[in-house]
Design a protein around this ligand. Structure first.
Ligand code: SF4
Length: 394
């Protein structure tokens, strides 16, 4: 088992469903653009793991041993619970080391309570997490809110129990009788609510195990959003039972906000390859950040998608639109490590407070402003990418 490989920007042609024909000229030019991207815009090496905090049972499990073997030089620190690592999660001094912690620390724990939560928006159910936390560092990410501060990846090592629970849950649902906004025929399970499954797959086989499991469940489908192009996933043979949702925003915003992620052009360039490998490929247009000139940049992104995506991707694509929400505490924390992002994210003149389901005070764009922006974005889609069905907007 080698060290995790860094995914390089795509330089390959994009096979469409009809076979290995040469990519059209404009698409070849796009790949060339990705290849020539300045190093500052390419993702950094994601992992340089030096410390692994581990619950004893998690470290002793086969999945835990897989992670430990992948980072043989890391110092292993035993912890009673992945939820209680004060040095890591409760330490305000860690703000300055935000991105470094994400690359240098991994946590191993066990998922104790297994439940599939009804959702009904992006997915029918939220699957029990196979990980939480993330090695990427999107400035608007709500995932750090759960554990506090940088929140590096916690791998849940009892993946066998998670898969067995899902098998029973899928079986109990029976066939889906009515189409809904999640899918016309399959029960959709979001497997990446608090993590990025493409990144998790760089350090262990949890994502692979889930993709392989869903392959055998004809009434269900896995779904996850990602901002990382991990071409190792192309080998997993999902047979149409996993939906990968590439999250997109105008590249100028992403360069500021999507810290450590694959560049947006690389995500667009990968869509055809993932479809050809057996994934359903959707897009998350998210988060939509309102600023001067946002309409022109979103129109440009949609035109690029229209130019570059293979017809086969367009024929099955759908999109979720998610307007930015933000949070007072995260705003304060971000000021400590990435204050420029807050110029875009924290706009009190445009935003209003909203109490979330877990009691926290979040902010979102004022209702009238948000409704108008959503209508504008739908209009841009209709004008520039009319093949892109909007599955839901939020
Ligand atoms: S990829 Fe997703 S989970 Fe990871 S930091 Fe970005 S928003 Fe958060």
């Amino acid at each position: 088992m080698g060290r995790p490989r860094r995914a390089e920007p795509s330089t390959s042609g994009e096979p469409d469903q009809s076979g290995p024909v040469a990519a059209p000229k404009h698409r070849r030019a796009h790949h060339e653009e990705v290849r020539r991207m300045p190093a500052a815009h390419r993702p950094p090496r994601l992992f340089d793991v030096r410390e692994i905090y581990a619950e004893p049972a998690a470290a002793a499990s086969p999945r835990g041993r897989q992670v430990l073997a992948r980072f043989p030089d890391a110092r292993v620190v035993e912890v009673p619970s992945h939820w209680r690592i004060p040095h890591l999660h409760g330490n305000a001094g860690n703000v300055e080391r935000w991105a470094r912690i994400k690359s240098e620390v991994v946590v191993l724990g066990e998922k104790k309570s297994l439940a599939a939560r009804p959702n009904g928006r992006s997915a029918d159910f939220i699957a029990p997490s196979s990980a939480n936390g993330c090695a990427l560092a999107c400035a608007y990410c709500y995932v750090p809110r759960r554990k506090g501060y940088a929140n590096p990846i916690t791998v849940f090592t009892n993946i066998d129990r998670i898969v067995a629970y899902l098998a029973g849950h899928v079986r109990r649902q029976g066939r889906k009788r009515e189409p809904d906004q999640c899918d016309p025929t399959a029960w959709v399970y979001d497997i990446g609510e608090n993590n990025d499954c493409s990144v998790d797959a760089l350090i262990c086989d949890n994502t692979a195990d889930l993709v392989r499991a869903f392959r055998h469940w004809p009434t269900a489908k896995a779904s996850f959003a990602t901002k990382w192009v991990n071409r190792d996933l192309l080998a997993l043979d999902p047979r149409g039972r996993t939906r990968i949702r590439f999250s997109l925003m105008p590249p100028a915003d992403a360069r500021l906000l999507d810290v450590r992620t694959s560049p947006v052009p690389e995500r667009v360039a990968a869509a055809g390859d993932f479809l050809a490998a057996g994934y359903e490929v959707h897009f998350n247009l998210s988060p939509v950040v309102l600023r001067e000139g946002w309409q022109a940049d979103w129109a440009d992104l949609l035109r690029r998608m229209d130019d570059l995506l293979p017809a086969a991707v367009k024929a099955q694509a759908a999109a979720e639109i998610i307007m930015l929400t933000h949070n007072q505490e995260l705003h304060q924390v971000n000021l400590g490590w990435h204050p420029r992002a807050e110029d875009l994210l924290w706009r009190p003149g445009l935003q209003e407070a909203k109490r979330s389901g877990n009691g926290a005070w979040n902010v979102r764009y004022r209702a009238g402003l948000k409704a108008g922006a959503l209508a504008e974005l739908r209009g841009l889609i209709a004008a520039h990418a009319p093949w892109l069905r909007v599955r839901y907007a939020f």
